[in-house]
Design a binder for this molecule. Structure first.
Ligand code: ATP
Ligand code: MG
Length: 405
């Protein structure tokens, strides 16, 4: 939680009440991290009349390039943090691994959401799973592995075949090894340099889904519809959200679980909770992300408010209203792979052909270099009917060289 108990709204367009003049400077909202999520937060904040400040060491960072201010220091640099606090009325974060002590430092003088405690839980798979257990939301059977003795104990816990995941710093399937037996588990832990890990039982997945909630400082909470997600090689590839994409009962369970997970940490901000739906129809939580999420990018074009709009509102202490999805939606992630042809030669994807299709919305993050598996942008497809969006999304995928789904 933020160290500040500021319940005052940071109104867009400057705080006229604090100044007799009608020309008061717009308030600045700050963000730790300059990736694509920060960029879309900056766009949403600017649309509402705020100035923005981004702290990211990279001169070319997607958010830094579109922000009013870009503070180019390390995330733990005292002077950088001091500059960010000095110019920002409130501060948020856009990446999961932002150092929690830096958020605590910023929270001494400014409202910070999400708070360092919630972020610290999401950064550590062991703490995260303990939180799910505390909230009575089922997760995959697991064991924490901090020592060789714990590893040997885990062997007899019926967790194999399983996935060994580093407790910290994993994303997009990195820091994970699938292990089929005890010998593979021992080797995998050596290969991961014996860092603290979590061993999870491999579950028979039917599908994956996620829920994004936004919770204000006043504990008011709203949520987006449940997203159905397709991952390829550990990376989100496709998100689909439309009538009938998931059984209603399952959606209710996922929303209730996401809400209790947010409440359980007194969360302020936008939170995404990822779930597995098992082949027997039951649902278990996978992990949470203390920020807007890739699976929520469809909200930019298919809902009356996007997940970034809600991030701005929660940060500024503005009212939250339940967002409404007005169009069926499919999001295709645009990975760097599609900038290469079959012979590994660079090419530009055929945007003209894609944009000639009805209901297509192209979002590129302004990254200068395409690399395989790098998230370069996404394509939202919206339409009045499920059949329409599916047809267009499949055509777009075909043009771009993305495997059908
Ligand atoms: P993210 O980019 O979402 O943070 P991550 O690196 O944290 O990814 P996870 O979400 O833990 O990784 O796992 C990535 C993918 O691997 C999942 O989306 C799922 O497809 C698969 N997976 C992970 N854990 C399990 C499990 N216990 N059983 C079956 N499949 C799993
Ligand atoms: Mg994940």
């Amino acid at each position: 939680m933020s160290g500040m108990t500021n319940s005052v709204s940071l109104l867009p367009g400057g705080n006229a009440a604090a100044s007799a003049s009608a020309s008061s400077e717009p308030l600045t909202l700050g963000v730790m991290g300059g990736g694509q999520l920060g960029r879309m937060f900056v766009h949403a904040a600017q649309t509402m009349g705020y100035f923005t400040a981004v702290l990211d060491p990279d001169a070319q960072s997607p958010a830094g390039r579109v922000s009013h201010r870009h503070i180019q220091t390390d995330y733990t640099d005292a002077s950088g943090l001091q500059q960010l606090a000095a110019c920002s009325a409130a501060i948020t974060t856009e990446f999961e691994n932002v150092p929690a002590p830096s958020l605590r430092e910023l929270a001494k003088s400014r409202p910070v959401s999400p708070g360092a405690d919630a972020v610290a839980i999401a950064q550590d798979r062991a703490a995260e799973k303990a939180h799910f257990v505390k909230c009575a939301v089922p997760c995959a059977p697991y064991a924490v592995i901090d020592s060789a003795a714990q590893l040997e104990a885990a062997v007899s816990q019926n967790l194999l075949p399983g996935i060994l995941k580093t407790a910290r710093m994993g994303y997009d399937g990195k820091g994970q090894v699938r292990v089929k037996d005890a010998a593979a588990l021992r080797t995998a832990w050596q290969d991961l340099k014996q860092v603290p890990c979590v061993l999870e039982k491999m579950l028979p997945l039917a599908l994956e889904c996620s829920v994004i909630v936004a919770r204000g400082r006043d504990a008011q909470m709203v949520n987006f519809p449940v997203q159905r997600n397709l991952h390829r090689e550990g990376i989100l590839a496709v998100t689909e959200v439309y009538e009938g994409h998931l059984p209603a009962e399952l959606q209710e369970q996922a929303v209730a679980a996401a809400r209790s997970i947010a409440e359980g940490v007194n969360y302020v901000g936008v939170l995404c909770v990822e779930f597995f739906v098992l082949q027997d129809g039951s649902i278990v939580v996978n992990e949470m992300a203390p920020r807007p999420h890739n699976s929520g990018h469809y909200t930019l074009d298919a809902c009356d408010q996007s997940q970034f709009d809600l991030q701005v509102r929660t940060l500024a202490g503005l009212p939250l209203t339940q967002p409404r999805q007005h169009s069926a939606a499919i999001m295709l992630n645009l990975l760097g792979d599609i900038w290469f042809d079959a012979n590994s030669a660079m090419r530009l994807p055929d945007w003209s052909a894609v944009l000639a299709l009805p209901g297509t919305h192209l979002h590129l993050y302004g990254k200068t270099q395409a690399r395989r598996a790098r998230k370069m942008g996404h394509l939202n497809v919206t339409g009045a009917s499920v059949a329409e969006v599916r047809e267009v999304a499949l055509q777009a995928a075909n043009i771009l060289g993305i495997e059908a789904f």
